[in-house]
Design a protein around this ligand. Structure first.
Ligand SMILES: *Cc1c(COP(=O)(O)O)cnc(C)c1O
Length: 396
């Protein structure tokens, strides 16, 4: 099957991007290595999560893939945004995101970071300790806070509960502290950790937060009206990950127990973007070593595959050239460092220099953590399907 890969970041196009068929055309046009971002997949992921969590306002966390095309595709879908840094404020601002669709969720900020977000118009912030709450005294008439609560989660790719969040039993005291300073706390947030295995982690955290919401009212403090259930929704790097709708079933059940005065929001990052980006690298050279062919690619651990180090994610890698005859091979990155190996043990056809290697599921925590180590340039990001089909049909 051959698909005409009309690829332009500028014009509205609708096509189904097929990475293997399109790889050679794209590399002929843009060179290698490439990261191909398919905004149709971004939209599909957003809609799938919105369907699995109806009545939850999804705030895309920019951290895994801070790209303007992702932001504008999601804005058109009606999404909200979760920001953590001034650079992320700049990005949503440049795309024209209304500031009331954003929250700033970094639990530890400089006063200048708070001012920066406020100048843009973002006025919801996350705190998890007294030192941080005290920074908001100067801004108390302009801000609303969420208190981040920590729920340990050993069973996760990245357990964030050690680094951020107050103990659940300390939440009411923190809210009371803010109240005494005249600072409005409007709700709670948590983040169970990235690529979570089971929705039960959220369900437990939600019911614990429901208790805190009740205690706050019982203590005579202003009622909390917001619960932020964070990110962490898993993607199917491997077959043992639950489909999102099934994964979210216990979350839906737990949310149904909350009072309906509570607005529920979430901060998905990885789930929205991981399947939306495909890497295309090319073979720079090759050598036979210890019975295996080593293929040296123009992208590696210090580039787009940085997630293999930082994120422990699993990507699906294959060659564009297909053959029934496969040989044991090693895929190495371009730098002169020995750890720069993408795959120690992969079966591939006999490849020539210049042949292409395609890896999928590379949208989250890949290009954002890439480096220019050894002066190997990062893969360029090419955007396909930037505008939704219906939009382009209307404008055509
Ligand atoms: C990183 C992060 C997210 C996104 O997490 P994913 O696992 O990518 O969904 C959401 N919220 C906060 C506060 C984060 O730090």
């Amino acid at each position: 099957m051959s698909i005409n890969p009309i690829v332009t970041p500028i014009h509205a196009q609708s096509l189904s991007f097929n990475h293997v068929d399109s790889a050679e055309v794209l590399v002929a046009q843009y060179g290698a290595p490439l990261m191909v971002l398919d905004c149709d997949v971004v939209r599909q992921q957003y809609r799938a999560l919105q369907q699995a969590l109806p009545n939850v306002d999804l705030h895309y966390a920019l951290k895994p893939l801070p790209h303007p095309a992702v932001v504008s595709a999601l804005l058109a879908e009606g999404a909200y945004f979760d920001l953590a840094t001034n650079g992320e404020v700049d990005l949503v601002n440049s795309v024209g995101v209304p500031s009331d669709r954003t929250i700033q969720t970094h639990p530890i900020k400089r006063v200048s970071d708070i001012q920066y977000a406020l100048e843009y118009g973002c006025c919801v912030f996350v705190v998890d300790n007294i030192n941080e709450i005290d920074k908001f005294v100067a801004f108390k008439d302009d801000v609303e806070l969420l208190v981040r609560v920590s729920f340990p989660n050993a069973d996760v790719l990245a357990d964030l509960s050690k680094k951020f969040g107050c103990k659940p039993e300390h939440a009411v005291a923190l809210i009371n502290h803010a109240h005494n300073l005249g600072i409005r706390v409007k709700g709670l947030s948590f983040h169970v950790g990235s690529q979570t295995r089971s929705g039960d982690k959220y369900a437990t955290a939600i019911s614990r937060c429901a208790d805190i919401i009740e205690q706050v009212t019982e203590a005579g403090l202003p009622a909390l009206n917001t619960l932020d259930i964070g990110g962490g929704f898993p993607v199917q790097y491997t077959a043992d990950v639950l489909p999102i709708n099934i994964f979210c079933a216990p979350i839906r059940d737990a949310l149904a127990q909350l009072p309906d005065t509570v607005r529920v929001i979430a901060e998905p990052g990885r789930f929205i973007v991981a399947p939306a980006v495909t890497n295309i690298a090319s073979v720079m050279g090759q050598a036979e070593r210890n019975g295996k062919t080593w293929y040296y690619l123009d992208d590696g651990i210090y580039g787009s595959f940085s997630g293999l180090m930082f994120d422990e994610a699993k990507y699906q890698t294959t060659s564009v050239k297909q053959s029934d005859e496969l040989f044991p091979a090693v895929l190495a990155g371009p730098t002169c460092d020995s750890i720069d190996v993408i795959s120690e043990n992969i079966m591939l056809p006999k490849l020539n220099n210049g042949d292409l290697i395609v890896s999928t599921m590379m949208g989250a925590y890949c290009s954002c953590t890439a480096t220019d180590f050894n002066f190997f340039k990062r893969a360029e990001m090419v955007v396909v399907n930037e505008h939704a089909f219906s939009e382009s049909a209307v404008s055509a």
